[in-house]
Each structure stands twice: as structure tokens, then as C-alpha cells.
Design a protein around this ligand. Structure first.
Ligand code: SAT
Ligand code: MN
Length: 599
């Protein structure tokens, strides 16, 4: 039973509001996981996959309206709108609670209320945080089992008075007497969905969606939006970053953390197989990093998650063999296509669909006969991190791994070179603050070629005013001596020639850039000082065995496009104008200095 008084009270209070048929406190056992799967299979919500090819793997198809995070229904309900800042949706917390209480009232009728105690980070680690998610979705319980550490062991650490973050969730589909889901993914209509954060109370209330970051509340809601607020107050960093370990042929190892907007290959980079002989990359995490200063004054990172919730389309034995091997057992697939022999298939898996398949909507689909994809572009796999063949030996070290370098980057067909290094911490924070990715007209309702600014890749994930968040990053730089701080780099794998051909092959070849980053952290690696930062000399990036990048391409990848950068300055000024007097003076000074150097 629940010995923690405040937790027991909160469970009672929530149960009185949502009136479930029964309550289940999750113990985190294999049997519990199997029960969740059995329930969803029986309801027609899940399909067991081919036992030989994909043992213990299941496929779910969500409602077509419930396929991704809903940013325009996501709220930071701080006391004032100003505290939430210009990049977040805000509703007065009292008003929002009133609205949501109306929706929550009786919403678990006909369902079981699951109470999931979970730890973000290794159970009992001083960097870890405990959350308790209440949900009426067995799909969420099963996913939380993979993505976090769940169950009795967490309650034990919590004891009778420990701190926890209450995370309330309902799919928002009560059942009438005798009614069942009947194979239909339960959720509420879009205008009833709310993904709400109360930063002062450190509380999350989610309603109406059963999918991904809307429903697995440990991930973006707790580990980023609420954690950024805790990190600001407590002097640490909660970031949308992958963490990888890289070892050189001499056996020296360094850890690198990197922030990239979505669709920039974060998971691929985290699991990269180097093409430079003798080098090795290992994975600590692919999405979120929590970093605190160690006694030695360096920043140490943990991956608060225990699994990968990765995008399936585009993942193949060519693009990411480690991810493919991580998901070949004990994995939940959502919205991928199903083949005749109960295997999975998606666009970009590396081979044609084997005959007729069932698409993510449950309809027959044949390659070349439909203009719609068989797998939803945001179809996902949920796989245990420990199944990744390249998982780092220290990935669960409660002390974290020491970070030597930060990478920032986005999709920039022009202007931004393959790699450059900041002059200083503050200049590096400037680079993080201007991260942007070029979008296509098809992807978003904006002009093709427009750069969507996504500072630190945190646009939808910062739980307070983005300008204050920049200042927090500046402050972090003054907490230790500069030689102990990670070096900061801006990379761009996505440069194109004027006629639209890729200049850089990407994927495993990115290890060549990581090698230079590694060398720079050791005070080696040839570089020239330019207007925008330190850049590798043309021969500083190892091209041994790389035939498709010529000396001329390399020069183009590593020049300062002065005209492009001057145009960029105007765009950065527009971007910065959003933050008003919350923009740190240090960043304004960096921008002015850059402009001066370019002119
Ligand atoms: O849906 S999630 O937020 O978990 C994944 C993502 O959008 O990055
Ligand atoms: Mn992410």
C-alpha cells in the first residue's frame, strides 16, 4: 500500500474527481507489463507481431487525430503570462484548472485508474527525480515501463515524505456501462486536449491524448518543461540533448552532448557507427540530458530515460543499424505498417514493402498504388535502451558522465558551415540561442526556405521565459573555471550546393567532424580564427577513405559566407526582438560583436 501520506491523499483526491471503476498501483513487474499488453490485445488495440522475427513485440494504431505532440494545446500555466514568455501558450492557472476539472470529472468511468511511480534517472541517484503518473491507459503504462524506471522500488526510495511530481493523465474517453473501446484508440477531440504544466506547483495535467509526449508524462512534460524550471532554481541544466561517448584509437574517451531540432537525426547521431578507422561511438541517450556540476567543477550528464521513443520511418540497417537491433524484441510499435507475416514495415526501412501490407490506418496498402505513406511519418518504436548494441557502459551511472563538448545544429542548406567552434562560453550560448532549421512549404505553413528558430532545440520544451533561460545558460558559465566548461560547437550536416546537391554525406561520416571536436577538446585539431568562430582548416577534417567529398567541396563547407551571415544578422535581430528586456545583455553584445567582425 501507499505509505506516503501526501501521495495517498493525491491519489484519493484524483480518484474522487475521475471516478474510475478500480485503482491499480503499479509494481513495475514483468507480469504487470504482460497484463497491460494482454488487456490491449483483447480490446483490439494491439496486435502481436511475428514471434520468430520480433519476439514480444506489439503494434498499436492510434486514432488518426492523435499521432503527435500537440504544441498548440500545450500550456505553461505560470502565475503570469510574462513568466511563460513569448514562446509558450499561457492560460491563467486557476482558469485552466477549472476548465480541466470539468473535463476530468467522471472521465475514468468504466476504466481502471493506474498509478505509476516512476524515476527519471537511475532509481536512487542524486540527480534523479521521482514522478507519479496517474493514467487510464494501459498503453501508457506499458510505454512508461520501457521509457522510465517504474514500480515498487521507486515507492521505496520515495519513503513516507520524499518529493514527487504529480502527473495526471486521462485519455478523456469515459465508458458507459457495458461499453468497450472495441478496437478504437480512445482519445478526446483536439479542442478538448490539454497538455498543461503548472511550474510553481511542479504539477502536470494532461487530458485527451494517448500519444507520445502528450501522455508519457515523464518525457517532455517532466524531464524538460518542469525540469527546466527546477534546473533554473537549483543551478543545473535540463536539455533536449543526445549524449554520446566517443573513444579514439588510443582508448581515450570523451562525452559529447548535442541539441538539434526534430528531424535533424539526433537518434542517428547518438548511435552512429564511425567510418574513421579505430574510433568508437557509444550511446548514453538520444533525447534528454540532465547536467549538474560535479565536485571537480565539470558538468556531468545523465540520461533521465530508460528507453528510446524513436521515429521509425527513415530508420534502416543503412541509416541506423544500432536502432534496428535495439527494436528487434520487447518493443512497442505505434502507427507503422503491418506485413502479411506480421512483420513491421515503413518508408525508408531499406527495402520495398513485401506485397500487400496493412497501413497505419488499418487499410490494405500496396507500394506504388497509393500517394499516402503506409506508416505515419511520426510512427514510433518504444525500445529499451539496454537493447541498443552500442549502449555506453556508463549509461546508467548515477554520477553521470563528464561532458567535454556541446553541439548545436539544424538543417541549413546554406550559410552555416559544416562545423565551427565558439570563441567563449557566452559566444557558445549565442550559437545555441540562434539555432534554426530550414523548413519546406510542405512541412509547415511557412515560406519554403524560411528558417524556423528553435533556440537550443527547446522551443516547445522550455517551461519558462526563453529569455530568462538564455540568462540561465550565461550564469552556468560563471559557476566554474572556463577550462572546465564544455567547449561549444555548431554543426551543420545539411549543406547543399547552389544546384541543390548534398555537400556532405552525413550519417557515419559525421564521425569525421566528431573527431575534430574531440581533438579541439584536447587542445589539438588545426583551426583558423574567422569572423564567426574557430573553423577547421581544410585539411583538419580527416577525409581518409572518403571519396565523395572533394577538396573543393571541403572548401565550400568550411568558408565564411559573409553575405549570408550579414543577412542572418537581420534575422537574428528579428528573433531576439521577441524576448524584449528578458534578452541577456551578453547575447546582445555577442550579436553586435559578430556584426562588427563581419563588416
Ligand atoms: O512525442 S514525443 O514528445 O515523445 C517525441 C518527440 O516529439 O520528440
Ligand atoms: Mn525530442
Amino acid at each position: 500500500m501507499v505509505k506516503h501520506k501526501k501521495l495517498a491523499q493525491w491519489i484519493d483526491e484524483m480518484a474522487a474527481m475521475v471516478t474510475p471503476d478500480s485503482t491499480h498501483i503499479c509494481d513495475g513487474s514483468q507480469k504487470e507489463y504482460d497484463d497491460m499488453i494482454r488487456i490491449t490485445v483483447k480490446e483490439g488495440l494491439a496486435t502481436e507481431l511475428n514471434k520468430q522475427k520480433l519476439p514480444n513485440c506489439y503494434l498499436f494504431r492510434s486514432d488518426p487525430s492523435d499521432v503527435a505532440r500537440v504544441e498548440n494545446r500545450t500550456y505553461i500555466a505560470s502565475k503570469t503570462k510574462e513568466q511563460a514568455g513569448p514562446t509558450n501558450n499561457w492560460i491563467d492557472p486557476d482558469e485552466l484548472k477549472k476548465t480541466m476539472k470539468g473535463l476530468y470529472k467522471g472521465c475514468m468511468k468504466g476504466r481502471t485508474m493506474y498509478v505509476i511511480p516512476f524515476s527519471m534517472g537511475p532509481v536512487g541517484s542524486p540527480i534523479s527525480k521521482i514522478g507519479v503518473e496517474i493514467t487510464d491507459s494501459p498503453y501508457v503504462v506499458a510505454n512508461m515501463h520501457i521509457m522510465t524506471r517504474v514500480g515498487t522500488k521507486v515507492l521505496e526510495v520515495l519513503g513516507e515524505t520524499g518529493e514527487f511530481i504529480p502527473c495526471m493523465h486521462s485519455v478523456g474517453k469515459p465508458l458507459e456501462k457495458g461499453e468497450t473501446d472495441g478496437g478504437k484508440w480512445p482519445c478526446a477531440p483536439l479542442d478538448k486536449k490539454y497538455i498543461s504544466h503548472f511550474p510553481e506547483e511542479r504539477t502536470i495535467w494532461s487530458y485527451g491524448s494517448g500519444y507520445g509526449g502528450n501522455a508519457l508524462l515523464g518525457k517532455k512534460c517532466l524531464a524538460l518543461r518542469i525540469a527546466t524550471v527546477m534546473a533554473r532554481d537549483e543551478g543545473w541544466l535540463a536539455e533536449h540533448m543526445l549524449i554520446l561517448g566517443i573513444t579514439n584509437p588510443k582508448g581515450e574517451k570523451k562525452y559529447i552532448a548535442g541539441a538539434f531540432p526534430s528531424a535533424c537525426g539526433k537518434t542517428n547521431l547518438a548511435m552512429l557507427i564511425p567510418t574513421v578507422p579505430g574510433w568508437k561511438v557509444e550511446t548514453v541517450g538520444d533525447d534528454i540530458a540532465w547536467m549538474k556540476f560535479g565536485k571537480d567543477g565539470r558538468l556531468y550528464a545523465i540520461n533521465p530515460e530508460a528507453g528510446f521513443f524513436g521515429v521509425a520511418p527513415g530508420t534502416s540497417m543503412q541509416s541506423n543499424p544500432n536502432a534496428m537491433k535495439a527494436m528487434n524484441r520487447n518493443t512497442i510499435f505505434t502507427n507503422v505498417a503491418l506485413t502479411g507475416d506480421k512483420d513491421v514495415w515503413w518508408e525508408g526501412i531499406g527495402y520495398d514493402a513485401p506485397g500487400k501490407v496493412i497501413d497505419w490506418n488499418g487499410n490494405e496498402w500496396e507500394q506504388g498504388k497509393s500517394d499516402k505513406p503506409a506508416a505515419h511519418p511520426n510512427a514510433r518504436f518504444t525500445a529499451p535502451a539496454k537493447q541498443c548494441p552500442a549502449v555506453d557502459p556508463a549509461w546508467e551511472d548515477p554520477a553521470g558522465v563528464p561532458i567535454s563538448a556541446f553541439l548545436f545544429g539544424g538543417r541549413r542548406p546554406s550559410t552555416v558551415p559544416l562545423v565551427h567552434q565558439s570563441f567563449s562560453w557566452n559566444h557558445g550560448v549565442f550559437l545555441g540561442s540562434i539555432v534554426g532549421s530550414e523548413v519546406t512549404a510542405a512541412a509547415l505553413d511557412v515560406k519554403a526556405g524560411t528558417v524556423r528558430r528553435d533556440p537550443f532545440a527547446m522551443l516547445p520544451f522550455c517551461g519558462y521565459h526563453m529569455g530568462d533561460y538564455f540568462k540561465h545558460w550565461i550564469n552556468i558559465g560563471s559557476k566554474t573555471s572556463s577550462d572546465k566548461l564544455p567547449k561549444i560547437f555548431y554543426v551543420n550536416w545539411f549543406r547543399k550546393t547552389a544546384d541543390g546537391k548534398w555537400l556532405w554525406p552525413g550519417y557515419g561520416e559525421n564521425s569525421r567532424v566528431l573527431k575534430w571536436v574531440f581533438e579541439r577538446c584536447n587542445g589539438e585539431g588545426k583551426a583558423v580564427e574567422t569572423e564567426i568562430g574557430f573553423m577547421p582548416t581544410v585539411d583538419a577534417i580527416d577525409r581518409t577513405g572518403l571519396s565523395d567529398v572533394s577538396e573543393q567541396d571541403m572548401k565550400e563547407l568550411l568558408t565564411v559566407d559573409r553575405k549570408g551571415w550579414l543577412a542572418e544578422i537581420d534575422l537574428i535581430k528579428q528573433h531576439y526582438a521577441n524576448f524584449g528586456d528578458h534578452l541577456p545583455s551578453e547575447l546582445k553584445a555577442e550579436l553586435e560583436a559578430l556584426e562588427k567582425r563581419l563588416k
